[in-house]
Design a protein around this ligand. Structure first.
Ligand code: MRU
Length: 380
């Protein structure tokens, strides 16, 4: 399986996604600062992966401090060291809630004195490290469950035939998580059941997560798939011979009413799905659901640099470089033009047929509203 994140007892390495699909290079992350920079520069991206890398980056730093006997004995000092680093890490990217959710939970773990009465500084650090390290395995299991629930739902609701074609957007696979993926996990699950007729992935301008990363994963797994530009989605859905049965996307934050922030272009796909009578599904772990945010209007949308829109990456000049696929940034937009580059958009809950999580698929009730809180009841 492709691995975006490799971690072993304080040794964290991430696959540098800026160099994919041509160069598969792992880079070490040894501190919260390394993690912050890798997330900001999008060397690692995708809501679950961002959260895991941030927490493991801090774990790695704490391992190094421990090896150098620099963990404060005083519990207060150990707590404030961890909390300061967590506060810093959450400033790297604002939209995906997984990062602030993980930071808040681990902060609560180390600051709640009732959980570890009388703990020393090194004991508090050890409990942080254990909890951060547990995130990798938990995320993988959750994704496999999401894949299972999503595939079952789609086969029961989105197709009248034995197989289904699915369109997805951005990258939500192994590269965006600890492995398997969310929306791409659903596609993987359909494929492993031999019920996936064909997968379609959008290019996902401007950062091209679809053409660079999702296409890479689909080819890697030998899943029958076709790449389209973002502007081809309407024509694809209109083509009866293609017969797309469902669009499945991931999420960076799902508000309490089901409004969903995800990669720019998701909203447009949901509008198209409604027009064409195609099921539109969001696949996300519970850590992406933010009951404290009432609706999509309250979600902060990250603005990215102009250069992502005005330029593309192409082979560097010179035959030798082109052969080795060294990429350079090439400007394609007219100099002087203004640019708007929101990284995400909000899909209103009204356009979403179901939200696939590790505990099941939530659909709208008779009132036409999602009951997101029901996902957090043990009985679900
Ligand atoms: O800007 P990115 O690449 O981090 O955006 C990623 C997405 O929008 C994904 O769909 C989302 O994070 C879910 S990843 C399982």
């Amino acid at each position: 399986m492709l691995q975006a994140i490799k971690y072993n007892q304080g040794n964290l390495e991430i696959l540098d996604q800026l160099q994919l699909p041509f160069v598969e290079k792992y880079i070490p992350i040894q501190s919260a600062e390394d993690g912050w920079n890798a997330i900001k520069e999008m060397k690692v991206r995708g809501a679950p992966a961002i959260a895991i890398v941030a927490m493991l980056a801090l774990s790695s730093e704490l391992h190094l401090l421990r090896a150098a006997s620099k963990i404060p004995e005083s519990p207060e000092e150990a707590r404030s060291l961890i909390v300061a680093r967590l506060d810093y890490l959450v400033t790297s990217r604002p939209t995906a809630v997984n990062l602030s959710d993980a930071a808040r939970k681990l902060e609560a773990l180390v600051t709640n004195q009732a959980v570890q009465p009388g703990a020393t500084g090194p004991e508090i650090v050890a409990s942080f490290i254990r909890a951060a390290e547990d995130m990798l395995g938990k995320d993988l299991e959750d994704n496999q469950r999401i894949g299972h629930h999503g595939a079952e739902w789609i086969m029961a609701n989105a197709t009248k035939t034995d197989t289904v074609s699915v369109l997805t957007h951005c990258n939500t696979g192994s590269l965006a998580t600890s492995g398997y993926g969310t929306a791409l996990g659903v596609i993987r699950s359909l494929s492993s059941r031999n019920v996936l007729r064909h997968a379609y992935c959008t290019e996902t301008r401007p950062y091209n997560q679809g053409s660079r990363l999702t296409a890479f994963e689909l080819v890697h797994d030998h899943i029958p798939a076709t790449l389209i530009t973002d502007s081809m989605a309407a024509a694809l859905l209109a083509d009866a011979s293609v017969g797309v049965g469902a669009i499945v996307v991931g999420a960076d934050r799902v508000a309490a009413n089901g409004d969903t922030a995800n990669k720019i272009g998701t909203y447009g796909l949901a509008v198209l799905a409604k027009h064409h009578g195609v099921k539109f599904l969001v696949a996300a772990p519970l850590t992406t659901i933010d009951l404290e945010t009432r609706s999509g209007g309250d979600i902060v949308i990250e603005q990215r640099p102009e250069s992502e829109v005005t330029s593309i990456k192409g082979p560097r000049d010179g035959a030798e470089a082109a052969e080795s696929m060294v990429l350079d940034t090439v400007r394609i937009a007219a100099p002087g033009i203004g640019v708007w580059n929101p990284a995400f958009d909000i899909t209103p809950a009204a356009l979403i047929d179901g939200i696939i999580t590790e505990v099941g698929v939530v659909e709208k009730g008779p009132t036409g509203l999602f009951n997101m809180a029901s996902l957090f009841n043990d009985s679900t």
